[in-house]
Design a protein around this ligand. Sequence first.
Ligand code: AP5
Length: 246
Amino acid sequence: MQGGQAQCTSPPPPSERPFRLVLLGAPGVGKGTQAGFLSQRLGACHLSTGDIFRAAKSHGQEERSAAMSEALTYMSAGRLVPDATVLAVVRERDQCLNCPCGFLLDGFPRTVAQAEALEKLLDQEGHALTAVINYDLPIEEIVERLSGRRTCRGCGAVYHLVNRPPQKKDVCDHCGAALYQREDDQPQSIRVRMNAYQESTWPLIQFYRQRGLLTSILAHGAPAEVFQRTLAAFNGAAAAETQKHP
Ligand code: AP5
């Protein structure tokens, strides 16, 4: 899922055991980066609500609904978009939740109300989450990741000035379009986003822990190291699942 009106592009053959995952963690912890790796490895549909809003931004104002324009105002300031708007956007893409290859939710849910709505949506479709992965990192490292992030205007690929630089300065390796700094990666918006995370998203850790779905992973180290840690955690979860349902 690339955002805006994007639909799934010819999904790979249905997986025998589709993974239905939620990626949690503070802004900038590396959820999108890990979602990219996981989506390739698991063949699951990647749904990022942040990407959907950013893609809507690249369309002209006349093409946007009033709710989407309002959402973009919240987003630029680093505030959470109202639940009703987010849920409407997710419902429009319910084919992702039904994808036979599974899904990776990145940036959704972000409030308890969203998590409850997701639970209901999945229940109605007869699906359940496989796991919720919570990425952890000290705040200083998160701020460093956010302030060095650069994003491609063309394909949305994500770089970092130090940790993941493009081969040619300010130019995307994949599509050759220009890189830019996200408006909400400015220091004043980062502070607002961190507060919104603490207040609204942090309670989801307890919400999913109570449901026995939470796996916490240290997001320190290179992206490939974090990915290996994620896979190791999965292998542990899969082994436990096999013991429960041999
Ligand atoms: P969204 O796009 O979801 O942003 P976010 O959660 O703030 O997360 P980010 O995209 O900033 O970071 P990330 O964790 O994906 O990190 P990344 O992989 O890019 O949402 C944006 C806004 O939309 C919200 O603020 C809100 O307004 C609105 N919104 C979206 N969903 C919503 C919802 N459900 N409800 C309400 N509002 C909603 O990595 C960051 C940087 O670090 C990159 O430069 C990367 O290259 C680098 N990096 C990654 N991993 C590593 C590593 N291991 N080592 C070194 N560098 C690394």
